[in-house]
Ligand binder design. Structure first.
Ligand SMILES: *Cc1c(COP(=O)(O)O)cnc(C)c1O
Length: 593
C-alpha cells in the first residue's frame, strides 16, 4: 500500500472531478486549483519524490523532497520546480574489480507525471529552447496536495542537442550545466507565469536556479515598482524582497561558477550582463553569490554551516535553519505502529517524539530487530552475504566523495581485525561516486580491496546503487550510523537523523547537524577530530578508541544502557531534526516577513 504521505500519480479522472475544468485539457484544470492559493515557489536542481522517479542524486534532492512532503502535511501552499531528468543521475554497478560502472537510469515519466498543456521557451545560443512542464502531486497526511513541476525540453520542436538538456542530472560539461540552469531558473519562472501562478516568494535551494533573479529584475523594472533610481539599482529592492536563498556548500570550489565568455555565448544579447557582473561576481559568474546578493533572507543548513558561510562571504547576514527529515517517510512501519499507539499525533507534530523516553525498552528493541532483520535479508538476497542479526551492524552510506572520508574506518585494517576478534561487528557500505570523479571511484575500488583483505575476519559488504529505497532499509537496520567527514565540510547531513528515528545510534565526527544533535553517550557518540597533517590517521585512531572503549562494550555488555540510548536518540533527534520544525521556521522567519 502506498502511504498517504507519499506522492501519487495524477489521475485524469480525479482531476476532472476537481472543479470546473470545462472543456480544457485535464492538465490545465489540474493546475488551476493550485493557482490562487500558491504564493511560494521552491526551485531545486534535484527533487527526491520517490525511488521510482530518478530525479535526485543526494542530500540536496532528499531535502527538497522531504520539504515538499512537510508542505503537504502542514498545508503550506508551495509549488516546486525542478528539471525532469529523464535519464536520472546514473545507475551504479560494480564490476569484479570494484570498479564503478554507470548506466543511464531512465524512469517511467508517463507513469508518475501528467504533461501540462503549456509551452514556454528560453533563448540559448540565439535560438528558442522550448520547455514543457509535467505535473506530479504530493499528498499530505490530511489530503492536502502540493504540485511539483518538472521541466522537459525533449520536444519535437527543439533541435537534437537541446532535446537532451533535461536528461541527465549533473551530467555533461560546464556548458550543459549552464544551459540546464537557464532552463531551470529562467524557464522555470516563465513556466510558472504561463501556468497562471502569482508568486510572492521564490525560494532557491542552492544556486542552480539563481538566474531567475535576472528575469525578476527585468519584471520589476518594467513594472516600475519603485521610484526611479540609478539603472544599476533599480528593481533591486523589489527582487530582494521576494527571494530566499539556502546555501548548502561550505567550499568555494563547490559553488557553480561560469566563465563570462560562456555566459555571453549562451545567453541572449539583451541579457543584463552588468547586473550579473555586479551581483554574481566580477571575474566569473558565481551562482551562490548571485543568490546571496539578490535575496532578503539567506541561510545555511546548520549552525556550524552558517558560521562557515559567514567566513566565506563576510558582510552578509547569514541565518541558520538546521535541516530535518520528513519523519513519517523515514520511520519503519514497525516503529510507526509503536508511535501511533503510544505517541499519538507524532506524524504531524514530531516534537511529541520527545515522549519516546517513556516507551518500553523491549518494544523499541523489538521494532528495531525487525528493521534489522529485513535489512539483513535484503543484503543476503542482493549480495549473497549472510550477516548475523545478533552482531553489531555499522552502516556507512553516503556519496563517495573525499570530504566524507569513506576510507577512514579502513585506515588501519590490522586494528580493525584485532577489535573484531574481541567484539564482533559487521560493516555495511553504500554510495555512488560522481561519474567524472576519479578520486571517488578510486575510493570505491579501495573499499573493495579492503573488503577482500578483511574477509573471514570482519564481515563487510558494499551495496551497489544507493538510492531512497536502500536508504530506507539501511536507516531502519543500522545499529550504528557512522559519519566521518572532514570538518567543516559536512554542511548538515540528514541520513543520521533518519537512523535515529529507528533506534539507530550515531557515531560521528562533530560537524554539520551532529554538532547540535550529539549529546555525548546519550544520543550517540562523537569522534575526536584533529587538524593538520596526519589527521586521517589520528581521526581513525579516535574512531577505533570510541568503538573499543564505548560502542562495542555498551552493545554487548550494557544492554540496558544501549536500549535507553535508543530511546534518547529517538526522543532528542526525532523531536528536533525534522522537516516539520524546519518548515515552520522557514515559514515564520523567511517566507512571512
Ligand atoms: C538522506 C539521504 C541522503 C543524504 O544523506 P547524508 O547524510 O547527506 O549523506 C543521500 N542519499 C540518500 C539516498 C538519502 O536517503
Amino acid at each position: 500500500m502506498v502511504p498517504r504521505t507519499m506522492a501519487r500519480k495524477v489521475s485524469p479522472t480525479t482531476l476532472s472531478s476537481q472543479g470546473p475544468t470545462g472543456g480544457q485539457p485535464p492538465g490545465s484544470g489540474a493546475i488551476k486549483r493550485f493557482r490562487a492559493r500558491t504564493h511560494i515557489a521552491y526551485f531545486s536542481m534535484e527533487l527526491a519524490v520517490r525511488s521510482e522517479m530518478h530525479t535526485y542524486c543526494g542530500g540536496l534532492g532528499l531535502l527538497a523532497g522531504d520539504t515538499a512532503r512537510a508542505c503537504a502535511d502542514l498545508e503550506v501552499p508551495v509549488v516546486f520546480v525542478t528539471l525532469l531528468n529523464r535519464k536520472g543521475y546514473f545507475r551504479q554497478e560494480i564490476d569484479r574489480n570494484g570498479r564503478q560502472r554507470e548506466r543511464t537510469d531512465d524512469w517511467d515519466v508517463g507513469k508518475w507525471c501528467e504533461p501540462l498543456p503549456t509551452e514556454t521557451a528560453v533563448e540559448i545560443r540565439g535560438r528558442p529552447v522550448h520547455i514543457r512542464p509535467w505535473l506530479h502531486l504530493v499528498e499530505g497526511a490530511g489530503g492536502f496536495e502540493i504540485p511539483l513541476i518538472f521541466l522537459d525540453t525533449d520536444l519535437p520542436t527543439n533541435p537534437k542537442f537541446e532535446r537532451t538538456l533535461t536528461d541527465f542530472l549533473y551530467g555533461g560539461n560546464a556548458s550543459y550545466r549552464l544551459e540546464q540552469e537557464i532552463v531551470l531558473g529562467r524557464g522555470g519562472l516563465r513556466t510558472l507565469r504561463a501556468l497562471g501562478f502569482h508568486i510572492g516568494t521564490y525560494h532557491m535551494n542552492e544556486g542552480h536556479a539563481s538566474l531567475l533573479t535576472l528575469d525578476l529584475l527585468d519584471e520589476a523594472r518594467s513594472l516600475r515598482l519603485e521610484r526611479p533610481r540609478p539603472e544599476r539599482e533599480s528593481g533591486l529592492a523589489e527582487v530582494r524582497r521576494r527571494c530566499v536563498f539556502t546555501t548548502h556548500t561550505p567550499v568555494k570550489a563547490g559553488h557553480d561558477q561560469f566563465d563570462y565568455a560562456l555566459v555571453r555565448r549562451l545567453m541572449p544579447s539583451g541579457t543584463d550582463l552588468a547586473a550579473l557582473h555586479r551581483w554574481g561576481g566580477r571575474r566569473r559568474l558565481n551562482m551562490t553569490r548571485l543568490g546571496l546578493n539578490l535575496s532578503k533572507y539567506v541561510n545555511g543548513v546548520s549552525r556550524r554551516h552558517a558560521e562557515t558561510t559567514r567566513k566565506m562571504f563576510p558582510g552578509y547576514r547569514i541565518h541558520a535553519i538546521t535541516n530535518g527529515v520528513h519523519v513519517p517517510t523515514w520511520t519503519h512501519p514497525e516503529f510507526a505502529r509503536l508511535y501511533d499507539s503510544k505517541l499519538a499525533g507524532w506524524r504531524m507534530e514530531p516534537e511529541l517524539l520527545i515522549r519516546a523516553l517513556q516507551l518500553s525498552a523491549e518494544e523499541v528493541w523489538d521494532c528495531h530487530r525487525i528493521g534489522k532483520r529485513e535489512l539483513l535479508d535484503r543484503i543476503r538476497e542482493s549480495s549473497g552475504l549472510g550477516l548475523d542479526p545478533d552482531v553489531l551492524t555499522i552502516v556507512f552510506a553516503r556519496r563517495m566523495t573525499p570530504y566524507k572520508r569513506p576510507w577512514l574506518v579502513f585506515e588501519d585494517t590490522a586494528r580493525l581485525t584485532d577489535l573484531a576478534s574481541r567484539h564482533p561487528f559487521q560493516l555495511v557500505i553504500a554510495g555512488k561516486a560522481h561519474p567524472r570523479d576519479p578520486v571517488g571511484k578510486g575510493i570505491i575500488r579501495r573499499i573493495h580491496d579492503w573488503i577482500r583483505t578483511l574477509d573471514g575476519q570482519v564481515p563487510c559488504v558494499f551495496l551497489p546503487n544507493y538510492d531512497m529505497d536502500w536508504a530506507k532499509a539501511l536507516v531502519a537496520g543500522a545499529d550504528v550510523w557512522l559519519q566521518t567527514p572532514r570538518p567543516p565540510l559536512e554542511a548538515s547531513g540528514t541520513s543520521g537523523m533518519k537512523a535515529a528515528l529507528n533506534g539507530g545510534l550515531n557515531l560521528s565526527i562533530l560537524d554539520g547537524w551532529w554538532v547540535e544533535g550529539c549529546i555525548e553517550g546519550v544520543t550517540g557518540w562523537s569522534i575526536d577530530h584533529f587538524e593538520g597533517r596526519g589527521s586521517d590517521q589520528r581521526d581513525a585512531a579516535a574512531l577505533y578508541r570510541r568503538l573499543e572503549g564505548e560502542v562495542l562494550p555498551c552493545f554487548y555488555q550494557e544492554t540496558d544502557r544501549w536500549r535507553s540510548m535508543m530511546k534518547q536518540s529517538i526522543a532528542h533527534v526525532g523531536s528536533r531534526f525534522n522537516t516539520h520544525r524546519m518548515l515552520r521556521q522557514y515559514a515564520a522567519e523567511a517566507y512571512l516577513p
